[in-house]
Write a protein that binds this ligand. Structure first.
Ligand code: ADP
Length: 501
């Protein structure tokens, strides 16, 4: 690994990678699970088993946590300068970029997303994230603090703060952007000097494991990054509850986020959560409607609608409603649903049978509640996990399809009349992850941005991600932020040092 490779070699390397059961990475070694068990991961475009993976559970988690603890307390990592850490993280980003084809192909096989998307978005964004975070490693500075409390007339104090790593971090990630979520989690934790046990989602463990190979190739010391694949209820739960884990960072459903919070109470480990959403996407009548229509379609249909920040509630100012909804429906009809490996595919399958059933169930509930499909509304074919990109109208704000996260290519569209009404309806869910606003009126755009309770607001764009831009949720969409400078606060803790001089 490490050099550019031709398309034929890529296929060979990916097939080599998935041919034998993949092991887990603990203390710098690739090992089987203690139980000897493996679990399958599927190709969602065919429904067939793609690979077998070592199945981590509590016993493996215990060993991995010990390795991470040792690496944190006494290994070479704990003595390394911040600049050395920076170089390793930068190198990891470079290695990823050199292997973009292999990662993209593996991601498409495991997750289903179109290969062109994995190649243009998932892998390069992950590489960028590592390099951005590499830059922070040696810039995490404390402050000097003037004190005003001399207890005796002559006493003077020198006080300063240090920003130190939190310690051993468990990171539990989802299946919608398997590699990118691994990068979002690992990059800042490593920059700040922590050690990690990463648990990829059981549906999509492969690119995280391939990343593990690059982590070793880059030269990270043993035990700094441990990767334990397995199921949520076993490996994930063991990590969240572990007494020797200092922090758990989770991305996934709000439902599981609440379980994580409960599990963390035993040792009061720190918790950060990036959870679900039901993001409003607002089109004012004075917007550039062509770009609002294209942007609103991509806001919901990107990644098969399986993004936590998907623009799943489309609010359109009444006089533009018909035009925008017809436009978004026309875009939906143009989407080519198929295997992510086919060149003309613009939407792949959903990730799993479970996800397909969930999305179809919501479509059925929506229709039963009185919604109407302008387009879509059904699954495609009998086999595997394809669904039609769907636009639902005639909805009411209290319907399940309007309130609950579907996590599929289903948007509910509704008209609004005034900015005040819009803000109160747009804020009327338990979520607050993201929002979109389309208008040419800058004042209106910024007033609306201020009125929306969301961690990210995109104006005249949607789904713009950048390693420098903090991302995370208001309300039940989460605790804390990913990326940007903000995330580093959450992987460090402040030590105040006070000296009488
Ligand atoms: P989804 O329902 O979309 O699959 P989840 O929130 O269930 O999303 O999964 C996100 C991640 O959380 C996955 O890595 C999964 O294995 C893990 N997970 C699921 N249940 C638990 C749990 N009870 N404790 C810890 N992790 C869990």
């Amino acid at each position: 690994m490490g050099t550019a490779i031709s398309p034929n070699q890529i296929d060979a390397r990916v097939s080599d990678f998935i041919e034998k059961p993949r092991k887990m990475l603990i203390d710098g070694k690739w090992v089987n699970s203690v139980s000897g068990k493996t679990f399958p991961t599927y190709n969602p475009a065919t429904g067939e088993v793609l690979a077998q993976i070592a199945e981590g559970d509590k016993q493996d988690v215990d060993i991995a946590v010990k390795a991470a603890r040792k690496a944190f307390e006494s290994g070479p990592w704990s003595k390394m300068s911040a600049t050395q850490r920076s170089k390793l993280i930068w190198k990891l980003g470079d290695l990823l970029e050199q292997n973009v084809e292999q990662f993209a192909l593996l991601e498409t096989l495991d997750n289903g997303k179109p290969l062109a998307v994995a190649r243009a978005a998932d892998v390069p964004l992950a590489a960028d994230l590592f390099r951005y975070m590499a830059g922070w490693a040696n810039k995490l500075e404390g402050t000097t603090i003037p004190l005003s409390v001399p207890y005796t007339p002559k006493a003077k104090y020198l006080a300063y703060t240090l920003r130190e790593p939190v310690g051993v971090i468990a990171q539990i990630i989802p299946w919608n952007f398997p590699l990118l979520m691994a990068a979002w989690k690992l990059g800042p934790a490593l920059a700040a000097g922590n050690t990690i046990i990463l648990k990829p989602a059981e549906q999509t463990p492969l690119t995280a494991l391939l990343l593990g190979e690059l982590i070793m190739e880059a030269g990270f010391p043993d035990g700094v990054v441990n990767i334990v694949p397995g199921y949520g209820e076993t490996a994930g739960a063991a990590l969240a509850a572990h007494d020797d884990v200092d922090k758990v960072a989770f991305t996934g459903s709000t439902e599981v986020g609440k379980l994580i919070v409960h599990a963390a109470t035993g040792n009061l480990k720190k918790v950060t959560l990036e959870l679900g959403g039901k993001s409003p996407n607002v089109v004012f009548k004075d917007a550039d409607l062509d770009s609002a229509i294209a942007g609103s379609a991509s806001a919901i249909f990107f990644n098969q609608g399986q993004t936590c920040c998907a623009g799943s509630r489309l609010f359109v100012e009444r006089s533009a409603f018909d035009q925008v909804v017809e436009g978004v429906s026309a875009q939906a009809k143009k989407i080519k649903v198929g295997s992510g490996l086919e060149a003309d595919t613009t939407m792949g399958p959903l990730v799993s049978d479970e996800q397909l059933r969930r999305v179809v169930k919501y479509m059925d509930i929506g229709m039963a509640e009185g919604a109407r499909a302008m387009t879509g509304g059904k699954k495609i074919g009998e086999k595997v996990y394809f669904v039609e990109p769907t636009v639902l109208v005639d909805t009411k704000d209290d319907m399940k399809v309007v309130q609950e996260e579907i996590f599929g290519p289903v948007v509910v569209a509704t008209p609004f009349d005034t900015p005040e009404e819009l803000a109160s309806r747009a804020n009327n869910t338990v979520y607050g992850l993201a929002a979109g606003i389309w208008t040419k009126d800058l004042s209106k755009a910024h007033r609306t941005a201020a009125a929306l309770r969301a961690g990210t607001v995109w104006i005249n764009c949607f789904n713009i991600f950048d390693a420098a831009l903090p991302f995370g949720g208001y309300k039940q969409s989460g605790w804390g932020r990913e990326m940007g400078k903000d995330v580093l606060e959450l992987y460090t803790q402040t030590k105040a040092v006070c000296t009488r001089i």
